[in-house]
Design a protein around this ligand. Structure first.
Ligand SMILES: [Zn+2]
Length: 304
């Protein structure tokens, strides 16, 4: 049931990627020095910092995710806050940002600003930028500027750390909240973007077959559709691998057959009938374990 390694080579990073890496390194260093993180959290934050300082060389860091949430700010009637998420998952490295926007009387919603990911052996990193859809957010700045503006000495910052290998996190007092509950999870609980703002979601690809599939998907279109989630994504119907170890899974139809099943990306590329209504729906595993649809959507009801 072990899935193959995501690759043992170096990360392929261009100048743009190196700037993301450098700003993330600065963010993690500031967090270490800030006194905002508890000692048990520092263990995991140091692992992530180690991994970022080794880039483009791989590191042995397994699974760590860190979410920093900034203070809520007012701009007239509008309230916003931003968060930054750094995640490592068996070689895949992900940096993302999002936020929350509240403008009465319409109400509030979460949004994604950008998502960047890289993995060893991939020939390039993936970058998705939603900035052009966020003109209603008054204080939106790019990642580098956002990191430069973070001041942990100001009130209102919080830090969440998830690291299954760090048992010290379980020894923290529970009255500070759940360690494993990231802002991303909270966003996932509110996928109704009735005011048209994209709800936060993640894609963490593991392996070449998933990258190849993602390259065929118009991820910028995902937010046109209401969030749908899949249940029962257990094993691949073809090779039997545990889909919980994958970043992508397909609920799809076998080529030239009426048989449907759940498949890993590598098997579906070989035996599947493609992506789309009547063929296959693609799901991305979220940090909280939910499977969120990212392709193969039905067009919304015309008369809804
Ligand atoms: Zn498979």
């Amino acid at each position: 049931m072990r899935h193959p390694s995501t690759g043992t080579g170096s990360y392929q990073l261009d100048d743009f990627d190196r700037q993301i890496v450098e700003s993330t390194r600065i963010l993690l260093q500031q967090l270490v020095r800030s006194g905002r993180a508890q000692p048990a959290q520092l263990v995991s934050i140091a692992k992530a910092l180690h991994a970022f300082e080794r880039l483009p060389r791989p590191s042995a860091v397994q699974t760590v995710s860190i979410t920093v949430t900034g203070p809520t700010r007012r701009h007239g009637d509008i309230e916003t806050y931003f968060y930054w998420e750094i995640a490592l998952n068996e070689g895949a490295i992900e940096v993302g940002s999002g936020g929350y926007y509240d403008a009465p009387p319409a109400g509030g919603d979460s949004f994604t600003i950008f998502h960047w990911s890289a993995a060893p052996g991939r020939n390039h990193a993936a970058y998705l930028d939603y900035t052009s859809q966020l003109s209603m957010v008054p204080d939106l700045v790019d990642y580098h500027e956002a990191v430069a503006r973070i001041d942990f000495q100001q009130p209102g910052y919080s830090v969440e750390v998830h690291d299954p290998d760090n048992v010290l996190l379980d020894e923290r007092d529970n009255d500070t909240g759940e360690e494993s509950l990231t802002v991303g999870d909270a966003d996932g609980a509110a996928p109704n973007d009735d005011d048209g703002m994209p709800a936060a979601w993640d894609v963490i690809a593991t392996g070449e077959a998933e990258i190849a599939l993602l390259n065929e998907i118009a991820l910028f279109e995902v937010d046109r559709y209401e969030a749908q989630f899949a249940d029962g994504m257990d094993d691949c119907g073809e090779c039997g691998c545990a889909l919980a170890d994958r970043g992508i899974a397909i609920d799809g139809r076998l080529r030239d057959s009426f048989m449907w099943g759940n498949f890993c990306a590598a098997c579906y590329a070989r035996v599947g009938s493609g992506i789309g209504v009547g063929h296959g729906q693609v799901y991305a595993r979220q940090p909280n374990g939910d499977w969120r649809q990212i392709a193969g959507f039905s067009e919304p009801d015309e008369f809804s």
